[in-house]
Design a protein around this ligand. Structure first.
Ligand code: NAD
Ligand code: DAU
Length: 323
């Protein structure tokens, strides 16, 4: 079995590939453009079951060649940072929407067995109370989440219209090792480890559901191996926290005080809360998160403490405006 995985030089895709390789994986080909968010340091490049190809998911010729040699596809590649999408949406539409459609067309041409599209809980928009089930209306707020909602719906349309075996996952906020130091947890931890301050948006009352990246990866794998064509599966069940509560935990973990927190201007159009109902994945696939948040967060902070060589060059590139 040949599995094509897009975007696996990034945070979640690389953890997914590591998990499969550790379990005695099928042959895996990774297609990744190596944008600012992707690094080869995330991949075990010398593993005999892994092939890496640098390229853009919008490169129809390259995509056609790689899909022709694959049986299944798991699609992680995306522009993934909300703040960047507010500064400029071009790359979000091009990669997340057009790139996904390029992959879907190739999958259709070559009759792929299955196509797992990794979407996000942000497609539901802000959830005032309760949790969003898979049937809820999509109300994305940011250019990022709108581009993800577009690709999510285009992927499902290829199932409805053409009968392609498409499965969609919508997951909550991931944390863990190898996350690019622009997202709130690695940004705050690396700033604190560097002796700096942390920028808390607005009042810090926005709520996110934090799930360990390896739980997300197990959920994606369950969808690939046991899911059904044309179905959407929410993946959640982490720990809901306000950003203020999360900041307190990160300060404690880094041995820092509240004087290191700068309350800064809020994110434009900032969604107050995300929450997904993941009972379908639990009942149908046997999905259940395994990581306890307190332990997972402590291990994550320890990982950043011990792996400066991984994040320092990435952070310096951002500071110099090269990422
Ligand atoms: P990431 O930004 O860490 O990694 C994205 C990867 O995609 C990078 O390696 C990058 O080089 C690659 N890429 C970007 N544009 C590309 C293109 N045009 N062609 C080929 N490769 C390209 O992202 P992540 O946090 O690992 O997220 C992975 C996926 O999971 C995304 O689709 C994201 O929307 C989704 N997701 C993320 C989270 C989260 O909390 N991070 C939660 C739910 C869903
Ligand atoms: O919910 C899933 C989504 O989670 C994924 O689809 C996205 O790819 C991923 O980036 C993440 O989006 P968020 O916007 O929730 O994550 P981020 O880490 O950027 O922000 C988390 C919260 O922290 C959010 O309420 C904004 C706040 N924040 C963020 C940054 C970067 C701050 O207060 N200060 C900051 O500097």
């Amino acid at each position: 079995m040949n599995l094509l995985v897009t975007g696996a030089a990034g945070f979640i895709g690389s953890r997914y590939v590591r998990m499969l390789l550790a379990a005695g994986a099928p042959q895996i080909t990774v297609l990744d453009k190596l944008t600012y968010a992707g690094t080869l340091d995330n991949l075990e490049l010398d593993h005999p079951a892994l092939e890496f190809v640098q390229g853009d998911i919008r490169d129809a010729e390259l995509v056609d060649k790689l899909v022709a040699g694959a049986d299944q596809l798991v699609h992680f590649a995306a522009e993934s940072h909300v703040d960047r999408s507010i500064l400029g949406a071009d790359d979000f539409v091009l990669t997340n929407v057009v790139g996904t459609q390029t992959l879907l067309d190739a999958a259709l041409r070559h009759g792929l067995e299955s196509f797992v599209h990794v979407s996000t809980d942000e497609v539901y928009g802000s959830i005032a109370e309760g949790s969003a089930g898979e049937e809820r209306l999509l109300r994305p707020s940011s250019p990022y989440s709108a581009s993800k909602a577009s690709s999510d719906l285009i992927a499902l349309s290829y199932h409805h219209t053409h009968g392609l075996d498409v499965r969609v996952t919508r997951c909550s906020n991931n944390y863990g090792p190898h996350q690019f130091p622009e997202k709130v947890i690695p940004l705050f931890v690396t700033n604190l480890l560097d002796g700096g301050n942390v920028p808390l948006y607005g009042e810090g009352l926005n709520v996110r559901d934090w799930l360990h990246v390896d739980d997300h990866c197990r959920g994606v794998e369950l969808v690939r191996t046991r899911g059904r064509a044309g179905e959407v599966y929410n993946i959640g069940g982490g720990t809901e926290l306000t950003n203020k509560e999360l900041t307190g935990l990160l300060l404690d973990a880094c041995g820092a005080d509240w004087d290191r927190v700068r309350q800064v201007e809020d994110r434009k159009g900032h969604d107050l809360r995300y929450s997904v109902d993941w009972s379908k994945a639990r009942d149908e696939l046997g999905y259940r998160p395994a990581h306890d948040f307190t332990t997972g967060l402590a291990e994550t902070v320890a990982w950043y403490r011990e792996n400066r060589a991984w994040w320092e060059p990435l952070k310096r590139r951002v500071e110099r405006g090269h990422a």
